[in-house]
Design a protein around this ligand. Structure first.
Ligand code: ATP
Length: 232
């Protein structure tokens, strides 16, 4: 579904990603793990059109999308949830969700029902202002808003950041539930051990290059990964 072929990207003259190869197949949860500053966020930014590649290809359904505007990618089914969540703080939960459906006004009601089913707390709080919700609820709202656009591929940048352990579990369970509805997921995480447990396959990014790749379970059992990323 998504292939990065020798993708390079960065900021002005600062090259962060060095010829990355990465693949996400339909129906998978693929995890991208790595230390702070390895380039995980930069990878998702390039995929979602927030920055342009300096070299290499990004193929979505076999078509080159490198450098396309994020809103055009959303219409093609590629939807990104950024690390800072980028909610509309003064709008209500329901209004935030509706904003996510701006490309799909026609089937917004059924999408809304699905989001409320996945995250009942959002239904309970539909009239509450987004910026008065807890961190975990805001993360669910950010994911819910992305689902309103009916993505085929969802990219998530550290959805569990700053959350209490029980909420980390809840968010990662929601990611599995989303995949079970047929949405393919590429997730960047610091909570590497829990993320590898739900990932079909994973990649380890080190200083802007792919250092390792394999099934999530294999990487979780790998000595190097355990020492460097799982704190064991
Ligand atoms: P983190 O877990 O800290 O988010 P990361 O693996 O996602 O780490 P990136 O955010 O992709 O890493 O950052 C990779 C490198 O790019 C870092 O050295 C960072 O300082 C640099 N960087 C990030 N954003 C910018 C920017 N807008 N301008 C210049 N450099 C940037």
């Amino acid at each position: 579904m998504l292939s990065l072929e020798k993708l390079s990207a960065g900021y002005r003259r600062l090259q962060i990603l060095h010829a990355i190869d990465l693949e996400v197949r339909q129906g998978e949860i693929v995890a991208l793990i790595g230390a702070n500053g390895a380039g995980k966020t930069t990878t998702l930014r390039a995929i979602s059109g927030l920055i342009s590649p300096t070299d290499g290809e990004i193929l979505f359904d076999g078509t080159s999308i490198g450098g396309l505007r994020p809103d055009l990618l959303v219409r093609q089914g590629l939807v990104h949830v950024p690390q800072d969540r980028a909610l509309f703080g003064r709008l209500s939960v329901a209004e935030n969700l509706k904003m996510g459906a701006y490309t799909r006004v026609k089937d917004a009601t059924s999408a809304l029902d699905q989001v409320y089913e996945l995250f009942p707390i959002l239904a309970d709080r539909r009239r509450q202002r987004a910026d008065t919700m807890s961190g975990g609820q805001q993360q669910m709202l950010a994911i819910g808003r992305a689902l309103m656009a009916r993505p085929r591929l969802l990219t998530l940048d550290e959805p569990s950041i700053g959350l209490a352990p029980n909420l980390v579990v809840q968010v990662l369970q929601a990611v599995q539930a989303i995949r079970d509805t047929g949405v393919t997921v590429l997730i960047v995480e610091q909570n590497a051990s829990q993320t590898l447990a739900i990932a079909d396959r994973a990649y380890v990014l080190e200083s802007g290059s792919i250092a390792m790749e394999g099934p999530g379970r294999d990487l979780a059992a790998d000595e190097r990964v355990r020492t460097a990323y799982l704190g064991m």
